[in-house]
Ligand binder design. Structure first.
Ligand code: NAD
Length: 259
C-alpha cells in the first residue's frame, strides 16, 4: 500500500489536530499549518516527523510557501483537508464591521481557495485523491447574528460542488462535512459570547444549542475523524460533491433573535 500524503489547514488545535493525529497514527505523512505558534511547537515536540509550519492561510503567499514545502518534501498529495475557520463576530449584520466581515470570509472561505488551488496539481500527481472541506451546519440554514460565518460556509458548499465537477473526471473527489456544534473549547467560547450578548446563562444557551438538533446533542472530534477517514478511504471512493451533515440532524439555527 503506497504511503498516503495529507495536508491539513489549521491543524494545530481542535478538529484539525485530531485529524492530523489520526492520520499520523494510521501511518500517513502529514503536513499541518497554523498561526498558533505555541500549539505548533507543542505539536512538533509530540510529532517530530510531520511538517508543522507557521502559515496564515488567509495570506495566499504564505499558503504558497506551505505547499512549496509540501512539494519539496512529499512530491505529491493524496488528501487535502481545508479546516481553517474562525467563528467571526456575533452581531446583527448592520453592526458587523467591514474588517470583521472581511477577516471571516478570508479565513473561512478564501483560504479554502488558496489551499485548494495549490493542492490540486499535487493531488493530480497521485492520480487520484480527495479534498475534504470542513464546513458547518450553518451551511444549511440562515444563522442570525453570525452572517459572515454562515455566508462563508454556504460559499464552501458552492466551492465543493463546483470542484467536484471540475475534478471528478480525474478521479479526485471533493466533499464537505457540515458538523453541528463540536464539544470543546471553541464552542465553549461561542456559547459564552452568545450568552453575554443576550444576557443569558451559559447553561441556558448550551441547552438551546443542543435543542437545535433532533438528537439533542453536540458532536465530538471522534465523529469527525470517523467521517473524514471513511470519505478519504477506498470505502468512500464513489462519494463526491456531497455536503454531509454531521450534526444529529439540525432542524434550524434560530439563535439570538427574540420571537
Ligand atoms: P479551533 O478554534 O479549535 O481551531 C481552529 C484552528 O485554526 C486554530 O488552531 C487556529 O490557530 C487556526 N487558525 C485560525 N486562523 C488561522 C489562520 N488565519 N491561518 C491558519 N490557522 C488559523 O476550531 P475547530 O473547532 O477545530 O474548527 C475547525 C473547523 O471546523 C472550522 O472551519 C470551523 O468553522 C468548523 N466547525 C467547528 C465547529 C465547532 O463547534 N467547533 C462546528 C462546525 C464547524
Amino acid at each position: 500500500m503506497p504511503q498516503v500524503h495529507v495536508a491539513i489547514s489549521a491543524g494545530a488545535n481542535g478538529i484539525g489536530r485530531g485529524l492530523a493525529e489520526a492520520f499520523i497514527q494510521a501511518g500517513a505523512q502529514v503536513a499541518v499549518c497554523d498561526v498558533d505558534d505555541v500549539a505548533l511547537a507543542e505539536f512538533k515536540d509530540t510529532h517530530p516527523e510531520p511538517i508543522a509550519m507557521r502559515t496564515d492561510v488567509g495570506d495566499p503567499e504564505q499558503v504558497d510557501d506551505f505547499f512549496d514545502r509540501i512539494e519539496t518534501n512529499f512530491g505529491r498529495l493524496d488528501i487535502l483537508i481545508n479546516n481553517a475557520g474562525i467563528a467571526g463576530p456575533t452581531a446583527r449584520l448592520e453592526n458587523v464591521s467591514v474588517v470583521d466581515w472581511q477577516d471571516t470570509i478570508n479565513i473561512d472561505l478564501n483560504s479554502f481557495f488558496y489551499c485548494s488551488r495549490r493542492a490540486i496539481p499535487l493531488i493530480r500527481k497521485s492520480g487520484q485523491g480527495s479534498i475534504v472541506n470542513i464546513a458547518s451546519n450553518a451551511a444549511f440554514f440562515g444563522f442570525p447574528l453570525r452572517s459572515p460565518y454562515a455566508a462563508s460556509k454556504w460559499g464552501v458548499i458552492g466551492l465543493t460542488k463546483t470542484l467536484a465537477m471540475e475534478l471528478g473526471p480525474e478521479n479526485i473527489r471533493v466533499n464537505a462535512i457540515c458538523p453541528g456544534s463540536v464539544e470543546g473549547p471553541r464552542i465553549d467560547g461561542v456559547i459564552s459570547r452568545d450568552a453575554e450578548a443576550r444576557g443569558l446563562s451559559i447553561e441556558a444557551v448550551t441547552r438551546e444549542y443542543k435543542s437545535q438538533a433532533s438528537m439533542r446533542c453536540f458532536v465530538s472530534n471522534e465523529d469527525i475523524i470517523s467521517m473524514v477517514t471513511f470519505l478519504t478511504s477506498d470505502a468512500g471512493r464513489r462519494i463526491s460533491g456531497q455536503a454531509i451533515g454531521l450534526d444529529g440532524h439540525t432542524e434550524g439555527l434560530s439563535l439570538g433573535l427574540e420571537r
